[in-house]
Write a protein that binds this ligand. Structure first.
Ligand code: UDP
Length: 326
């Protein structure tokens, strides 16, 4: 199958591309490299450096390649930034997704996989969070993903599109070749590992007065390769019907547990300092991924935090400056 991967030079997109190539797919990566890295584009993927706002480049790409499915990862992805700059999300993220979907449909493409988010579930009524949970986006970022899900829903009703949307919890870890390199980095695990690499003095814990056993926030960390596998499984059954899945490991770990596990993996003391809470952080987010297991036969290969952090640590040791200076 020939698959267009938008954002294929980013963290999740690069690893999905790698897994697709390994599964025998033909991949075209479409990325403007604002946040992605040229070195993260798989050498066996075709590469188009262009923006999703560029309708001409989009059209040319679909005209030049016999695309059979689209996986959409490109976009702005930071909750905090979306609160400060809502138009980047409610504007650009939505417009760019629409450009992509409209051009794809015009070219006869009917299969879509959308990268969505756990930020759809602000203040969940029940933990673990299932697909039945009330959708209540926690930010303009979450809302932009919700709107894209709804657009795909209506394209299914009106244009015969089939789609899968995955609401990710905390993607983490690395493959042998590709890993996490954001600028600025805001995510817990890469920041903790930068302390272990000697690039930062300490990790700051954003609040230890939450109603959790050790007072720090609990999150569900899922290995990025497991996440990629779910996308590929979904692609294979998409023609049988559209679907949405929550995707996590089903286990929750506190910020302190992540730091403690990172100390065990790296052998570094990783000093931690407790600071104030970060705005908008819910105390506890854990996914129920039962539906993905049941319907897709999905089985995580890295269900434990230790092995997730180990893969991230290997990658960061090999790429201490990320993709900038290999
Ligand atoms: N966190 C922290 N210090 C940091 C970065 C993150 O304490 O320097 C916490 C954050 O408050 C959250 C958890 O670690 O509870 C995971 O944050 P991250 O930004 O990695 O992912 P999020 O859950 O926000 O998507």
């Amino acid at each position: 199958m020939k698959v267009l991967v938008t954002g294929g030079a980013g963290y999740i997109g690069s690893i999905v591309t790698e897994q697709l190539v390994q599964a025998g797919a033909d991949v075209v990566v479409y990325d403007n490299l604002y946040q992605g890295h040229r070195a993260a584009v798989h050498p066996r993927a075709a590469f188009v450096q262009a923006d999703l706002a560029d309708l001409h480049a989009l059209h040319e790409t679909f005209a030049a390649h016999q695309i059979e499915a689209v996986m959409h990862f490109a976009g702005n992805t930071l909750v905090g930034e979306s609160v400060q700059h809502p138009f980047l999300y409610l504007g650009d993220n939505v417009r760019n997704g629409l450009n992509l979907f409209e051009t794809a449909v015009k070219h006869g493409v009917r299969r879509f996989v959308l990268s969505s988010t756990a930020n759809l579930f602000d203040r969940p009524r029940q933990i673990p969070i299932s697909e039945e949970e009330l959708i209540n986006p926690g930010s303009p970022y979450g809302e932009s993903k919700h709107i894209l899900e709804r657009i795909l829903y209506w394209l299914e009703q009106t244009k015969g599109v089939r789609y899968a949307a995955f609401r990710y919890f905390n993607a983490a870890g690395a493959s042998e070749t590709y890993g996490e390199d954001h600028n600025p980095e805001t995510h817990l695990i890469p920041l903790v590992l930068r302390v272990a690499l000697g690039q930062r003095e300490h990790i700051q814990i954003y609040g230890d007065d939450y109603t959790t056993p050790d007072g720090t926030c609990i999150r569900d960390y899922i290995h990025v390769i497991d996440l990629a596998q779910a996308h590929i499984l979904a692609l294979n059954v998409l023609d049988q019907g559209s679907r949405v899945y929550n995707l996590g490991s089903g286990n929750g770990f506190s910020v302190r547990q992540v730091i403690e596990t990172s100390r065990a993996v790296t052998g570094h003391p990783i000093p931690a300092i407790v600071g104030p809470r970060r705005a908008g952080d819910p105390a506890r987010l854990i996914a129920s991924s039962e539906k993905a297991r049941r319907e897709l036969g999905w089985q995580p290969r890295y269900p434990d935090l230790h092995s997730i952090i180990e893969t991230a640590w290997r990658w960061h040791q090999r790429h201490p400056q990320g993709y900038g200076h290999p």
